[in-house]
Write a protein that binds this ligand. Structure first.
Ligand SMILES: [Zn+2]
Length: 182
């Protein structure tokens, strides 16, 4: 008798169907938005602390019109309209005109005034001050310590123990979320 070699018949398990179904699961790696985009502004830097003394015509060229009006002409955004008055992200606020570090979110507090409010600056010289007698008031104007951009005003009605309130325009602030350091 002939010995029949039984060739094992492979079971055609629908492998490929499985492969197709389980295939390439996209891991959408959300890139941390760490790069601020200031393509038109070569003076913007988060690391260079050299003071900037640029003519108005240069700022007009490198800043978006709405930022330019606040930063260089002390315009004020309407209360409750800025992007940061009610924002409580953890990170650092930089000058939107030059990249100078201004405030930590740790120093931000909920104020009912409609503008982002802080009780202290990120660094001692983050902000400089000037007496402002416009609009029939005597106020302390707060300006960027690096580029002189108008930021807002400083008042003495902040929370204890410091008692200060930096009342800022959102548009002159660039917020950078805190990076996770391992
Ligand atoms: Zn600045």
């Amino acid at each position: 008798m002939k010995k029949i070699a039984l060739l094992p018949v492979l079971l055609f398990v629908p492998f490929f169907v499985f492969l197709g179904m389980a295939g390439a699961v996209k891991t959408s790696q959300s890139k941390a938005m760490t790069e601020e985009k200031h393509p038109a502004n070569p003076y913007y830097s988060r690391t260079d602390t050299t003071k900037l003394d640029l003519p108005d015509s240069v700022w007009k060229k490198v800043l978006p019109p709405d930022l330019y009006e606040v930063a260089r002409h002390a315009a004020t955004e309407r209360a409750f309209t800025g992007k940061y008055w009610d924002y409580d992200g953890i990170g650092t606020y930089y000058c939107a005109a030059c990249g100078n570090a201004l405030f930590s979110s740790d120093a931000k507090f909920a104020s009912s005034c409609g503008w982002p409010s802080f009780f202290e600056t990120a660094r001692r010289n983050s902000v400089i001050y000037r007496k402002d007698t416009s609009h029939g008031m005597v106020r302390t104007e707060a300006l960027c310590g690096r580029c002189g951009a108008h930021l807002g005003h400083l008042f003495d009605d902040g929370p204890p123990p410091i008692g200060k309130r930096y009342c800022m325009n959102s548009i002159v602030l660039d917020f950078e979320p805190e990076r996770k350091v391992r």
